[in-house]
Design a binder for this molecule. Structure first.
Ligand code: ADP
Ligand code: ADP
Ligand code: ZN
Length: 214
């Protein structure tokens, strides 16, 4: 199955994409995680992406689309994949359509996780991220077993620079302007399914499996 996750920053895309990927045994591809890994490793791409990310802006499409095309061409994506955080603009969605068409496939579902802006700030200020393995936690809703330490890999957890409230406001505006139009885009292709992302995580997960027919 070939899936993409849509939703505002903090809607729960990463949390649910990881669970769906494990359930369906398909790779979870997060462009945010790929950019953060590049920043950590000091690559050219990381240097270019960092200023945009810290400001809460999108990394330009030129730097993003090729990276995803290369990733989707790898062998582990042949049986399906779940994209988290891509596409985020109409040109990215068009580029993705081209890539999957060239691979002789299509996107089965765009899963929209619906969460109102009011709930987002609280989610983001409580989010703690592992920059080593990409796992995310929440200090209230999904705390790690040991405070400040990743359950999966034992590395320290951080509050991302771009999760501070000032930057979250910018990211929400960017989401409404540039990413929300994708809901209509995938609706027009009859690929859109939506779930209520304000429910507890386990319920959101069960709802996602239901709407994708698993
Ligand atoms: P969140 O999960 O909170 O929505 P991400 O980890 O997906 O955040 O993304 C963090 C930042 O990385 C974004 O604010 C943006 O700067 C950059 N980014 C990630 N994916 C994309 C993309 N598809 N296009 C442009 N920028 C992106
Ligand atoms: P996204 O990838 O869309 O930016 P995340 O999956 O990282 O979102 O989730 C954002 C924050 O909200 C994290 O701290 C996560 O633990 C928490 N979270 C995710 N889903 C829920 C939920 N259904 N209820 C409460 N908190 C949630
Ligand atoms: Zn980790």
């Amino acid at each position: 199955m070939r899936l993409i996750m849509l939703g505002a920053p903090g809607a729960g895309k990463g949390t649910q994409a990881a669970r769906v990927a494990a359930e369906l045994k398909i790779p979870h591809i997060s462009t945010g995680d790929i950019f953060r890994a590049n920043i950590k490793n000091g690559t050219e791409l990381g240097k270019k992406a960092k200023a945009f990310m810290d400001a809460g802006k999108l990394v330009p499409d030129e730097l993003t689309c090729d990276l995803v095309a290369d990733r989707l061409a790898q062998a582990d994506c042949a049986g399906g994949f779940i994209l988290d955080g891509f596409p985020r603009t109409i040109p990215q969605a068009e580029a993705l359509d081209k890539v999957v068409a060239e691979l002789g496939t299509k996107i089965d579902y765009a899963v929209n996780i619906d969460v109102p802006d009011e709930a987002i700030i609280e989610r983001m200020s409580g989010r703690r991220a592992c920059l080593s393995c990409g796992a995310t936690y929440h200090v209230v809703y999904n705390p790690p077993k040991t405070e400040g330490i990743c359950d999966t890999c034992g590395q320290p957890l951080v509050l991302r620079e771009d999760d501070k409230p000032e930057t979250v406001q910018t990211r929400l505006s960017v989401y409404h302007e540039q990413t929300q139009p994708l809901i209509e885009y995938y609706g027009a292709k009859n690929a859109l399914v939506s779930v209520d992302g304000t429910k507890p995580m386990d319920e959101v997960f069960a709802d996602i499996l239901k709407v994708i027919g698993k």
